[in-house]
Design a protein around this ligand. Sequence first.
Ligand code: XMP
Length: 532
Amino acid sequence: MNNSSLGASNPDPSSAASDLLSERVLVLDFGAQYAQLIARRVRDQNVYCELIRHDVSAEVIMARKPSAIILSGGPASVYEANSPKCDPRIFSLGIPILGICYGMQLASQALGGAVEKCPAREFGRSRLEIASMEKLFAGFPHEIDVWMSHGDQVHALPDDFETLASTSTCPFAAVKHKTLPIYGLQFHPEVSHTALGGTLIHNFLYNIANCEGKWHLSDFAQRSIEQIRSVVGKDRVICGLSGGVDSAVTAALIYKAIGPQLTCILIDNGLLRKDEQAAVISEFTNHFKADLRVVDASNRFLTALAGIRDPQEKRRRIGHAFIDSFKEEAEKINGAKFLAQGTLYPDVIESGAAADGPSATIKLHHNVGGLPEELGFELIEPLRDLFKDEVRKLGVELGLPEHLVWRHPFPGPGLAVRCLGDITKEKLDVLREADAIVVGEIKNANLYRQTSQAFAVLLESQSVGVMGDARTYENAVAVRCVNTDDFMTADWSHLPYDLLARISTRIINEVRGVNRVCYDISSKPPATIEWE
Ligand code: XMP
């Protein structure tokens, strides 16, 4: 499958809006847990930012014409033999550099300093005393709280460096080169626990790297629309809709670009939430007047899933049934040349396909990989340079309704991984009702936006209850609600007791066949967000 790569890394020089990417910051990724967060924080300051391998050559870096380079943190120790290093020539390119944690230690070591293990690993908040308010700390108070997470620190500063700030245990918490635009921070400005972290990044970008702030989503949308038009020409594009935000924003963007040349396909696999099919139809036909084909393939999916208990086997069968259904429908659409997918930047990074590749551990993500090559389409992925929060902002900009843009993620296999054990239509119907109550009550309590994912799970176990005067022996439902930034780790949400009580009472009263409700208080790890 060809990739037409409608992404920012392939700007159309004829486009008036391509100027948008003439200013970029490169984050060299040394395997930090927070590397993506750094890139997001830079983009929050209206500067386009890419995450790239730590070991790219100075020539590759120069070719991308960055306004600044940020060296991320990382789990290694710079004094270890095989620790990740950058091309040392980058320190003499004259490009402003900000080293964060490991990145700072690396810069210090490369320029003549010494790094050693701290007497005690430092993890958490520290009080930073700022000695110099110039440029990097412009407008700061004398003291702020910062977030530390390190086992090593700079022990001897290179001669050419001076100290800007320190903590009681870290004498070189913020440093700068005396003549070159090279800065280092032992703490993490990208983490929200660091006070004024955004201001610090802003100061680096604007006071030191002289950025102008050219990255705006409205420009991005305009540029993308121009690119889609020029790549697609008069051909037809097919886009699969799932009801989720990524596919919805992809479709909205392509619709803006080529209107009636877009055909959307919604495969109803019978595993959708309550009223989900109707909601997608109304959003896409009323709001966008897009050509939408809805395929009721629920029988095909339920037949394929009959008697299957193993979660991975469920996923595999759902994947196959989806491809078959999609293919059948796509073949009915004349002249379709392109397939649009809502791949996001984190998927690109995690799949190892980012420009120049990332260095961090690659996690194979559920959502990577798409329809197989035999479909014979060229792939269009207009969101492949965006983070999730940017996709949401873009959705609002494109006029998608807020409730769609802020939807919690919903897994591809849908309710199949929330209906434990074997799957039947009856069990799915029970789950749909319970799930609608969970989500509805969380929305009524105005907590939907403050939680990351909330849903019901239908358990396999039955338990004894008493309803009226009769003894019951019915199903149990678990309520799962989590808070997370990245979905790789998550905390259970501390929902108010009265909300949990309402959810429980309503499910037991209103959903036939359920007589018990439990709240899942496991965090990830060791539990996962889904139950299967
Ligand atoms: P876990 O359960 O692994 O979930 O903690 C992390 C995130 O991934 C979603 N998820 C999936 N998404 N296909 C998907 O498209 C899947 O098979 C799948 N399994 C889990 C889950 O909903 C959560 O957002």
